[in-house]
Design a protein around this ligand. Sequence first.
Ligand code: AG3
Length: 278
Amino acid sequence: MGADIWFTEHQTPDVTLGLRIIEVLWQEDTPYQHLLVADTEAYGRLLTLDGAVQTTDRDEFFYHEMIAHVPLTIHPHPQRVAVVGGGDGGVIREILRHPGVKAAHLVEIDERVVAVARQFFPELSAELDNPRAHVHLVDGIQWMREQGAQAEKLDVVIIDSTDPVGAATGLFGEAFYRSVYEALAPDGILVAQTESPMLQPHLIRHAQAAMRAVFPHVHLYLAPVPTYPSGWWSFSLGSKGPQPADARTVSLPTRYWTPAIQRAAFVLPPFVSELLQT
Ligand code: AG3
């Protein structure tokens, strides 16, 4: 039994997650947020930003596999992919498992997240040095606006943001989704993490409505992420054409994602589908 030191995330004013800490390895205030790395008894190494769990060594695969492989198999032939946020590199790692992908862009505003991930999360960040990965340490909102004017369009855009507070709020709105739409090729697909159906239903409703104002096809899918608020997470998918039912069956070295899990993830319980009716 370890020392009695706990990390506590105040997920809502009324709900917390507590993880027993073995050792705090790093803490700093970056220009954007408070960053902490610690080893925990239950979930291994932990990364938090402004007190919110971003990832742990033991449960990162649920989230990174489900945010990456779902759009990459629904798209018929993804070659150019961009991730906004996700400075830890976990989504890039999953994207690069698809041999057809020629370029995976990471657009992260906080260079300290990338640096700390390289130091403390070698398995997550290893693929950032892959020649197919391109790291841009800039504001994703601005970068996406500029992409619309580029001749080469993106096939898949993945928003791996923090919660919609502070700087990340703009990543959940109609204006940003419109710039993603402009940056996407004709078959393009957007996926964004959209928080917990149990604890943030209003946020899902808001993000889905904003996406529907821009994309002709909008879907929601669900997956467990044990250390995130309520342990159950949502992803919103906007598509210019390809549909979840068209997903290619590919074989990948995964621990949670499979083609059957993916099909099941789009089956929504009634209280969640009700959220989507405006
Ligand atoms: N980005 C989504 C984190 C949201 C978690 N929210 C919370 N704990 N309150 C994770 C980044 C992983 N690449």
